[in-house]
Ligand binder design. Structure first.
Ligand SMILES: Cc1cc2nc3c(=O)[nH]c(=O)nc-3n(C[C@H](O)[C@H](O)[C@H](O)COP(=O)(O)OP(=O)(O)OC[C@H]3O[C@@H](n4cnc5c(N)ncnc54)[C@H](O)[C@@H]3O)c2cc1C
Length: 481
């Protein structure tokens, strides 16, 4: 067995783990980071960017809420059902993290909101040579190495070592299957949740992946850190999916955008169930869809709406991640999808045929379309008060539909921490030497992802990581003194 020693051990080098490693190393302690994958960055490398408040960029452009405003929005939104001290610590830290990252060399686009009415807290990373936010994680990895952090790739941690009450290290396995015993004064767990394990998703959230949930599955996110923390005595928090909505299977993103526009959205009964103009708030839409029969919904439009979407400014809603402005290539993309056997887009010459293909109740669909068309004619939707500019009748064959299911970026929560990111046991005592950060410990949203302050999960990962790194380093130093 190989033996290693450090002041602080960080379990994983994803978003939270890298931030924790750098923050601890900047306090001049010896850090080892163990990472299961062959690269650093974790899910973070697939995202666009974190939340920031009062960043230099925001202040220069008079954008976004202040720390106090962001805290109030957060707590109103979650009805104070979450740990207010942890939220406050996160928001306060977020007021410095974007500037800290810029000083390390990360470049950001202008901060923006995610949907109408949201706050401009999202700081998308300038992609540079890498896609999405991968650039930022490369910078953090380089900074970690420069500060002497030893990053061990393909070296998953198996469990936390405890002596008495105190956490004193971890057991890991290197890429050759050799066991490593690593000792440290403090251990920070940040393994990104259980979004890649359908069994854990079913067990802890009730969703059946592939049936009533279409979530991103990032390889390796198997709940390892949560299990290890629980084994070490950590209390459990609520566990949820970070709910949004997505089309099932592998769909061309350009085609998918046509089915995310505010047309007619119905459930399997054929009934409308929400104001479709709310669809850019993907968290609210995910909630609404997950309340429907079989948690399924279908976005429907006709030939006229399709032709409208093909005009230059055809899309009502644009998306930063998939920057298509119209459905100019709709027919070709639809043909490709249907020819390749993609099962979740449909076209038909009549509403009855569409009902047959989608499984929507035909009488329900007919009634819903008649009612909706009446609303469009009157320019007024008395049920959901959808804006008249989106009220376009569905009457001209062909008819098109796309299936939408609840989706998720990943899981949320598992390990109970306090506002210093110290892990808490069932009796509300700290487990000395054990810290957790990021998704494994992210139970601050209550029942709905706080998308009104976008960049929130990456924001929590980076900021709870920084807090954990700083506190674990101070704790290690105090033990050495
Ligand atoms: C497509 C997509 C887009 C997104 N966009 C955004 C966005 O723009 N803004 C935003 O705020 N959020 C976004 N998110 C969410 C955000 O990326 C995550 O919330 C964030 O990365 C979580 O950080 P983390 O450190 O907890 O987990 P991760 O970044 O996933 O890191 C976890 C790491 O743990 C490692 N690991 C697992 N088990 C072990 C083990 N036993 N030992 C050692 N290592 C282990 C994994 O390999 C991984 O590297 C997005 C997510 C997805 C899927």
């Amino acid at each position: 067995m190989n033996k290693l020693e450090a002041d602080v051990i960080v379990v994983a080098a994803g978003a939270a783990g890298l931030a924790a490693s750098v923050a601890a190393a900047e306090k001049e302690v010896k850090v080892i980071a163990f990472e299961k994958a062959s690269t650093t960055g974790g899910t973070g490398s697939m995202g666009m960017g974190p939340l920031g408040v009062e960043s230099r960029r925001q202040r220069l452009k008079f954008l976004g809420p202040t720390k106090d405003e962001a805290f109030r929005v957060f707590m109103d939104y979650t009805h104070w059902q979450v740990d207010a001290r942890l939220v406050r610590a996160y928001i306060d830290k977020a007021a410095t993290t974007i500037d800290w990252l810029e000083d390390l060399g990360v470049e950001f686009e202008d901060p923006c909101a995610y949907f109408p009415g949201g706050h401009a807290t999202w700081h998308p990373v300038k992609p540079g040579t890498e896609a999405c936010a991968a650039n930022m994680y490369r910078v953090l990895t380089e900074r970690a190495k420069e500060k002497g952090v030893q990053i061990l790739l393909q070296t998953p941690v198996q469990r936390v070592i405890k002596e008495g009450d105190r956490v004193v290290g971890v057991l890991a396995e290197d890429r050759n299957g050799e066991e490593i015993e690593a000792r440290a004064k403090a251990v920070i767990i940040a393994t990104g949740g259980f979004g890649d394990d359908p069994n854990l998703i079913k067990k802890y959230t009730g969703y059946e992946w592939g049936k009533d949930l279409q979530s991103f599955r990032i390889p390796g996110l198997a709940g390892d850190g949560i299990r290890m923390a629980w084994e070490a005595g950590a209390a459990r928090t609520e566990m949820r999916m970070e709910l949004i909505y997505l089309m099932p299977g592998d769909i061309n993103p350009e085609l998918a955008e046509a089915f995310r526009q505010p047309h007619l959205l119905v459930n399997l009964l054929g009934e409308r169930f929400m104001n479709e103009e709310i669809m850019p708030n993907t968290a609210f839409t995910g909630n609404a869809i997950s309340r429907q029969k079989e948690r399924a919904s279908f976005l429907i439009f006709d030939e006229n709406i399709k032709n409208h979407m093909k005009t230059t400014k055809g899309f009502d809603f644009l998306h930063l991640v998939f920057p298509y402005t119209n459905a100019g290539n709709f027919e070709a993309l639809m043909k490709d999808a249907l020819d390749s056997g993609y099962e979740y887009v449909y076209e038909a010459d009549s509403l009855e045929e569409l009902a047959g293909k989608t499984g929507i109740d035909p009488a329900g669909l007919k009634a819903a379309v008649e009612e909706y068309n009446r609303f469009c004619e009157n320019g007024f939707d008395p049920i959901f008060n959808k804006s008249r500019k989106y009220l376009r009748p569905v009457k001209e064959p062909k008819f098109y539909a796309g299936k939408q299911l609840p989706g998720a970026y990943g899981s949320l929560g598992g390990i109970k921490i306090n506002y210093r990111t110290e892990v808490i046991d069932k009796n509300w005592n700290k487990i000395p030497g054990l810290y957790a950060a990021g998704t494994d410990a992210c139970s601050i949203y209550g029942d709905t992802y706080v998308f009104i302050l976008p960049g929130n999960t990456m924001g929590f990962a980076l900021n709870s990581g920084r807090i954990a790194g700083e506190n674990a380093a101070e704790y290690a130093k105090a033990l050495k003194a």
